[in-house]
Design a protein around this ligand. Sequence first.
Ligand code: KIV
Length: 311
Amino acid sequence: MIVVILEGSRSNISKMQSKFFNDGNDNKITVNQIFEMKKKKEKVAIITAYDYSSALIYDKAGVDGVLVGDSAAMVMLGYDNTNLIGMREMLVFCGAVSRAVKRALIIGDMPFGSYQSSHSKAVHNAVLFVKAGCDAVKIEGGAEVAPIIRSIVGAGIPVMGHIGFMPQTSRMWNNYKLHGKTTESALLLIEEAKELERAGAFGIVLEMVTDEVAALISQNLLIPTIGIGSGLNCDGQVLVSHDLLGMQEDVQLKFVNRYARLSEIIFGAVSLYTKDVKDRNFPQDTNCFHMNKDEFAKVLEKLNKEKKATG
Ligand code: KIV
């Protein structure tokens, strides 16, 4: 395959590196380390997280990054698309995740409407993500969001791009499809990816992009590509935790590997709990807290006396 790297983007990356990146010498994964993984050809594993208890487990399991995705709108809040979640809810999820995660890079997904209207609003909201404990933010969009990325990176906040299928806007354009199937679409995606790199993004999510085009983009960028439904050749992968854990029985996506069937496990456990309560099998004596026998005898004696006194 042909590898084309623009000198412009190379110098942009090194400028960013000297300005913002640190050496990452503690246990916490930094954007610099994510960037270095690409150089070392080490794949980057990212999972979405929204709550404290799950994020604790994912971090302990060794993921490189957790994305507090706006997919929270659907999997946590039950909306039918991601556009209905706002900053207020996203910051609650980010706070919970950041209190749990000690090692992985935490990326906050800027919700629809939080970065489009002005650069100052975009920077203001990105700062709120950092104050909620995020190490970086992600925004959806191609060349049109490059100036916004420049502003946020200019404020010192690392930004991850997101092209291909973009859930925030696809619904409105009825564009629920695989991207990079035609020459025109492939060339546009490659150009957009380069534009995001030039703008200073430290990585780019490629969602629902053909394997061939995702491979070309990955080879043409210095920054890592993080694939979701985009084949084998991205520099890393991201999946929605609820999909890979099998939390929703009715959701079966071609590009997802279900590593567990938690919905079945949870259903079984809660059905058993309900039956045990009804059948008086739960709680058992081993689940009880007992009062001291003498103290209890005193209570009974007092109650008996009171009963007698009131007739
Ligand atoms: O919100 C999300 O979970 C995402 C991933 C699908 C990349 O943006």
